[in-house]
Design a protein around this ligand. Structure first.
Ligand code: DAT
Ligand code: MG
Length: 138
């Protein structure tokens, strides 16, 4: 057993398409426990920290603009191996190739071309989970 915490974000496409409840329900149904939850309007400063590893990449600016386009739901989930487990539930980054049964595979609307509109973010390691939780929840 390895009890971890992870940061989950429901991105503006998930919130504006009224999918927040459905997404949170899938995570809870898997057995992960909601520890904190808030709805926030992200700032450029927060996003610059959050997406530190992507600063300078071609998709960085469109990604930040998208994340500023509407409210985000930020959550901390806890559970056994929740970091990898949530990323498995979320599916591949690109909704076009995300497997059916995953959040991105089932809900990722394929209106084409916009990989950033992939509904959710999940931390990718223990280190990034703690770093990201600090950014969003202080
Ligand atoms: P993930 O969110 O699966 O951890 P990531 O950390 O590599 O993916 O990238 C962060 C976000 O940036 C991702 O959710 C969507 C966007 N993104 C990644 N690669 C992209 C690309 N090639 N084109 C457009 N957006 C991209
Ligand atoms: Mg990532």
């Amino acid at each position: 057993m390895s009890i971890e915490r992870t940061l989950v974000l429901i991105k503006p496409d998930g919130v504006t398409r009224n999918l927040s409840g459905a997404i949170l329900a899938r995570i809870e149904a898997k057995g992960y426990t909601l520890a904190q939850l808030e709805m926030v309007n992200a700032t450029r400063e927060v996003l610059e920290q959050h997406y530190e590893e992507h600063v300078g990449k071609p998709f960085y600016e469109p990604l930040v603009e998208f994340m500023l386009s509407g409210p985000v739901v930020a959550a901390i989930f806890e559970g056994n191996s929740v970091i990898a487990g949530f990323r498995s539930l979320a599916g591949a980054t690109d909704p076009t190739v995300a497997a059916p049964g995953t959040i991105r595979g089932d809900f990722g609307r394929d209106w084409g071309l916009k990989v950033q509109q992939n509904l959710v973010h999940g931390s990718d390691s223990v280190l990034s989970a703690e770093r990201e939780i600090g950014i969003w929840f202080g």
